[in-house]
Write a protein that binds this ligand. Structure first.
Ligand code: NAP
Ligand code: MG
Length: 489
């Protein structure tokens, strides 16, 4: 290992500005590809969550009253610290979750962008005034209080940034539960957050979803819930929110259509882009462009080149800068993806890949060969989120039928269109049921542009300033100089 990870032997939850270790139970962080033990982590339960929520509740009034400029300054410090420590954070994630050192710097660049964006955006996130007969109407934005946030394992740097930056900027205090498979870089960040923010403003409770997560979503003092992960758990969070009547924002994944018209002018560039769209993050991305619709006229040539591109992806140690595809996060995720590969072999035409790959010295890892199935939109592998480097290739001819199929899915997160014809781009973007449409460039997330899902992909929107709306509630105040007569409106 070239960069020293400088890990602690043990990580405790961050509660009220201190790393408190009351729980006796721990779990292990292990290297995703070698199985090497990296550290032990406190397995937080109800007691830790209760203490964290109490600390966040205590810290809330002062934090909400803190000047925006000061909240903004502290968020900028988080961004600077990440930027100064990016190599080590990248190495930690590469070991912990099996993602490549080639890709991970971009995760951290996105995270830095989010802290800086919300540090700036909150400075102009004002209420407004309205005319009221005989007085003034004022609308204030106020934070909710304690926000409970639960995140998944695929992109820890991005997930913590998407959740913490807007919530803290808006004046809420936070209790964050990272994923048990990807807690290390978040806990390293937590050591800095403890230095930067007043005690209790940010609390981090590592642990299992069914323990720490369940305690957090049921806690009566949590005033808003935010979650990213599977639709199954998303529904549990929504139920918990409904039970206590608190707002819930959800980001629940996708199975996004990526559409290729016959009029593209640079076929090789498009092949590169659609290959990346389906395989970045080792295929473990909610945004992945996993249903590729290719027009009949270019289908044979496109397919041959696509298969060659998938076969040229370099699989190996996530720490090797030349590696483009690392390991899935865990044996559980490996079993899930392999199960889908078997489903695909039974119901579709396998063009390449289709199995696990052994990488010498990394036998613990779950490396999966980049896989292309030629299939129909209604097949299971085309309809269900696999979260591995697996692409469903679908042939199209008629525009309306293709659009119908692209929308014939429960999800609606992202989508891509490749064309050099403006009219094709516009009519496709208009008709796709998805929160983002990327024309001629997949994964074109931009700070400031709202990111959220249509249909079962989620509720609410992150990344843009609308996230500040999501983390604030509105108070209308009417001011009158004199008490009006009864029934005066
Ligand atoms: P998951 O179960 O939804 O996990 C996401 C987060 O929710 C984790 O922090 C998890 O804790 C927590 N959680 C689990 N059960 C909970 C409960 N009862 N109450 C509160 N919190 C709970 O996702 P997964 O099992 O890791 O992945 C399964 C599939 O979900 C993937 O194959 C993929 O299709 C999808 N997924 C989508 C996204 C996305 O970005 N939208 C991200 C990850 C996964 P633990 O630490 O115990 O896991
Ligand atoms: Mg790990």
């Amino acid at each position: 290992m070239s960069i020293s990870l400088e890990l602690e032997k043990h990580y405790a939850p961050l509660i009220g500005g201190e790393f408190r270790d009351s729980a006796v139970e721990t779990f292990d962080a292990v290297d995703a590809t070698t199985g090497e033990h990296l550290a032990t982590i406190t397995r937080s339960g109800k007691a830790e969550v209760d203490a964290a929520v109490a600390a966040a509740k205590k810290a809330f009034p002062a934090w909400a009253a803190t000047r925006r400029a000061e909240r903004s300054r502290l968020l900028l410090r988080v961004a600077d610290w990440i930027e100064d420590n990016v190599e080590r954070l990248v190495a930690i994630d590469a070991h912990d979750i099996g993602r490549t050192v080639f890709e991970l710097p971009q995760d951290y660049a996105s995270a830095v962008g989010q802290y800086r964006y919300f540090a700036a955006a909150v400075m102009t996130h004002d209420g407004w005034s309205a005319d009221v007969p005989g007085g003034w109407g004022l609308v204030k934005r106020e934070p909710y209080g304690v926000v409970g946030q639960i995140i998944p394992w695929n992109v820890p740097a991005i997930m913590t940034a998407y959740k913490l930056a807007p919530a803290l900027a808006a004046g809420n205090t936070v209790v964050l539960k990272p994923d048990e498979n990807a807690s290390l870089s978040t806990l390293e960040l937590a050591r800095q957050l403890a230095e930067i923010f007043p005690p209790g403003v940010v609390n981090v409770v590592p642990g299992y979803g069914v323990e720490a997560g369940a305690a957090l979503i049921a806690h009566p003092d949590v005033a808003k819930l935010a979650f990213t992960g599977s639709p199954q758990v998303g529904r549990l969070i929504a139920h918990a929110g409904a039970e206590r009547l608190v707002p819930v924002s959800l980001e629940l994944g996708g199975k996004s259509p990526n559409i290729v018209f016959p009029d593209i002018d640079d076929l090789d560039a498009v092949i590169d882009n659609v290959t990346f769209a389906a395989t970045f993050c080792n295929g473990q991305s909610c945004l992945a462009g996993t249903r590729l619709f290719v027009h009949d006229d270019i289908y044979p040539e496109f397919t041959a080149k696509l298969v060659a591109a998938f076969e040229s992806i370099r699989i190996g140690s996530p720490l090797d800068p030349a590696t483009r595809l690392g390991s899935l996060v865990s044996a559980k995720q490996g079993a899930r993806v392999l199960g889908y590969l078997e489903t695909g072999k039974a119901e579709a035409n396998l063009l390449t890949g289709g199995g696990r790959v052994e990488v010498p010295g990394h036998e613990h890892g779950w490396f999966v060969a980049p896989t292309v199935f030629e299939t129909e939109n209604r097949s299971r592998i085309a309809q269900e989120e696999i979260f591995g480097p697996v692409l469903s290739l679908i042939r199209w001819r008629d525009f309306d039928t293709m659009i119908e199929q692209a929308n014939d899915i429960v999800y609606g997160l992202a989508s891509g269109v490749y064309t050099s014809n403006l009219r094709n781009a516009m009519r496709t973007a208009d008709r796709l049921q998805a929160g983002q449409v990327w024309v001629n460039s997949y994964v074109a997330l931009q700070d400031g542009l709202p990111f959220g899902g249509y249909k079962e992909s989620g509720i609410g929107s992150e990344v843009g300033r609308e996230a500040l709306d999501m983390y604030t509630q509105l108070k209308s105040i009417v001011l009158r100089e004199q008490v009006p007569p009864p029934f005066y409106v």
